[in-house]
Write a protein that binds this ligand. Structure first.
Ligand code: CO8
Length: 256
């Protein structure tokens, strides 16, 4: 399997498992990412996802230049034939944490950008090197990166194709935290566990409001937020959370 998919309690762990190619995404990995992410979205017992790469050298070195790029060329203009993933097409309101364990390049950075939280190991290097091979970012890099970091830093990464190290990524706000490699997965699990303690439907509605609202006018965004608030206030979890606060006990959320 190119994507190793495990369920640990409420947490789904996706590991891109092609270390011999620095976890570059081939066609098989793209299809498996679609299948496993769809299963994660549909499984009511799973609340948070973590995505990482196998080995100690790379999270993902991008699209497989020998396999996925020729496939994309062959399927040029036929977007519907490409896998549907959180990078494009798959609506996923459950939170995703990217644990970046080394090279995070091209399509690899684009996977990380489609996550909500990014934790990097000290040896991580992040970049959009596509222009070096006459390609451009093709899974959201030109759209998400300039929305996340200052324009000039996005332009430096995308137009010059030169990667940055983990500390620089932290400095510009591209990653949430930098940790030693051996602390990477424990930290990602800790953050995922923390998200599992809060109301899961409130988390999903908040993510949906953030993502959908991003491209809206403030007025439309506020209206969207209000409709999601109306939905949340009708859930059992809202009643449980507020009751638990008043009764001075820990809430027990059910995702209902
Ligand atoms: N594709 C295919 N194979 C790769 C890739 C890749 N992207 N990256 C590394 N490999 C392979 C190498 O060919 C090599 O294989 P082999 O041993 O069989 O020759 C093995 O992995 C190890 O790599 P290196 O020997 O090159 O390792 P180094 O430590 O010397 O260098 C680098 C590491 C700097 C990361 C280097 O491998 C490199 O520059 N890789 C290419 C990075 C790149 O250009 N990525 C962008 C690809 S294009 C892209 O992502 C477009 C996105 C479009 C949408 C994608 C949707 C997911």
């Amino acid at each position: 399997m190119a994507i190793d998919y495990k369920k640990e309690g409420r947490i789904a762990i996706f590991t891109i498992n092609r270390p011999e190619a620095l976890n570059a995404m081939n066609v098989e990995a793209g299809r498996e990412l679609q299948q496993t992410m769809t299963d994660f979205r549909n499984d009511p017992d799973l609340w948070v996802g973590i995505i990482t790469g196998a080995g100690e050298k790379a999270f993902c070195a991008g699209a497989d230049i020998k396999d996925l790029l020729p496939f994309m060329k062959e399927h040029r203009g036929r977007l519907w034939e490409l896998p549907v993933t959180p990078m494009r097409g798959l609506e996923l309101w459950k939170p995703l944490i990217a644990a970046l364990n080394g090279y995070t390049l091209g399509g690899g950075l684009e996977i990380a950008l489609a996550c909500d939280i990014r934790i990097a190991s000290e040896n991580a290097r992040l970049g959009q090197p596509e222009v070096n091979i006459g390609m451009m970012p093709g899974a959201g890099g030109t759209q998400r990166l300039p929305r996340m970091v200052p324009w000039c830093k996005a332009a430096e990464l995308i137009l010059m194709g030169k990667p940055i190290d983990a500390q620089e990524a932290y400095r510009i706000g591209l990653v949430n935290k930098v940790v030693p490699l051996d602390k990477l997965m424990p930290t990602a699990r800790e953050w995922a566990e923390a998200i599992c303690q809060v109301g899961p439907l409130a988390v999903r509605a908040s993510k949906e409001a953030m993502i959908r609202g991003y491209g809206m006018t403030l007025e439309d965004g506020l209206r969207l937020e209000y409709s999601l608030v109306n939905y949340i206030m009708g859930t059992e979890d809202f009643t449980e959370g507020t009751t638990a606060f008043i009764e001075k006990r820990k809430p027990v959320y059910k995702g209902k």
